[in-house]
Design a protein around this ligand. Structure first.
Ligand SMILES: [Zn+2]
Ligand SMILES: [Zn+2]
Length: 133
């Protein structure tokens, strides 16, 4: 496990509450990745003051998986997944075991992140369109 956190500033039109204090509008999309398995394991919306806390290591990581703890009293996603026999690494053989809501939530956040990244690329690169004809 080798955890890194990366953040992207949200565009003005995106409205999300900070998932760490749940009071303030988020300013950043925060991605937690595990370099050992080369995967994004968590995506969160975070406000600027919570991001500052994170920068000063004032937000705890789960010791099991490295995901940031949004709420100390709440179970980490990895505990939830362990209890339900789920895993991000070996999800190919047992799709039926997935909690649909949780999966949907993950797909949504990934989709949102993808849109975000596409937008970033669009604005920064202005790459020429590639024709497949
Ligand atoms: Zn916050
Ligand atoms: Zn965890």
């Amino acid at each position: 496990m080798k955890i890194i956190h990366t953040s992207v500033r949200l565009k003005g039109k995106e409205k999300h509450n900070c998932q760490f204090c749940d009071k303030v509008e988020a300013s950043y999309l925060l991605r937690t990745s595990d370099l050992m398995i080369n995967k994004t394991i968590d995506i969160n919306y975070v406000c600027s003051s919570c991001k500052e806390k994170l920068d000063y290591n004032q937000i705890n990581e789960c010791s099991e998986c490295g995901r940031l703890k949004k709420n100390p009293t709440k179970k980490c996603l990895c505990v939830y997944m362990k209890e339900n026999g789920l895993g991000l690494e070996d999800n190919s053989d047992s799709d039926d075991d997935y909690n649909p809501l949780e999966l949907e939530r993950q797909i949504n956040t990934l989709q949102e992140e993808k849109n975000q990244l596409v937008e970033e690329v669009d604005t920064h690169l202005e790459a020429p369109e590639v024709s497949k004809d």
